[in-house]
Design a protein around this ligand. Sequence first.
Ligand SMILES: Nc1ncnc2c1ncn2[C@@H]1O[C@H](COP(=O)(O)OP(=O)(O)OP(=O)(O)O)[C@@H](O)[C@H]1O
Length: 296
Amino acid sequence: MAADETGERLPAATDGRVPTGVAGHAAARVFTDVAGHAAARVPTVVADRVDIVYRVHGAGSPAGRGAATAALGRILRRGSSPAARTVHAVRQVSFTAHRGEAIGLVGTNGSGKSTLLKAVAGLLPVERGRIYTDGRPALLGVNAALMNDLTGERNVRLGCLAMGMSPERIAERYQEIVDFSGINDKGDFITLPMRTYSSGMAARLRFSIGAAENHDVLLIDEALATGDRSFQRRSEARIRELRRHAGTVFLVSHNNKSIRDTCDRVLWLEHGELRADGPTDDVMAEYERFTGGGRR
Ligand SMILES: Nc1ncnc2c1ncn2[C@@H]1O[C@H](COP(=O)(O)OP(=O)(O)OP(=O)(O)O)[C@@H](O)[C@H]1O
């Protein structure tokens, strides 16, 4: 049983049941046909009463000061001014994800979706509660770290190495990744530094690198919102394929249609709290009533 800073692996000899009492702590509305079958399936991610709190240092500097002045002020005050503002981004969130599920995360701006995804990926510590994962989670975000001064090609190779692919496997898959990204559709851009890419091109490359291999738990943050319609179609097809290979997919998106087309279950977060957890149609209908918008 391996553990890291933020999460733990599920015990290897899992019998398909979630830890006792996890579901019972969910404050959210849990729709019965998801919860009712939970015991029969293999859990891949269990969040147990998770709280995530950001600490913002240097907040509250007098208005009108420039960034450099504010930074200097922070250095001079270091040690004498411990004040840090806190942002309680995720509150008492519990859920269990299973192998083969594609789960959408919806919620209005600032509701805690990206924060929760980063914590599941092991990139953010939890304040309270626990996140257990079975398998290695991979976060495909528009903010995933690629190096702006390196070419697209170097980033593909480094990104694949970082995901644990061997140099031979990378050589095999390289062209496929570049073709999937569509980066070279309008010229030889893959040999140019990433800083010359539009934000859509960069996001497409990030998605293509992350989606190159099957993952046990794949976390996608808004990747489908970027790129043109044909790239979105390719990514949706790839997500369906990744799902077939027994992984669990989490998708954060404001595009309700992408959520409906890709996910069979939706978690709805609001003010950091889980408002609902259930089949896509049921939760999306409630969410759309809440946001006042119809289907998109
Ligand atoms: N690095 C950070 N430091 C401090 N607060 C943060 C940080 N990142 C996010 N927050 C705060 O945490 C809360 C949740 O933000 P988060 O980005 O998770 O929301 P979201 O649901 O993904 O939003 P959006 O739909 O706008 O992308 C917000 O109040 C946000 O201001």
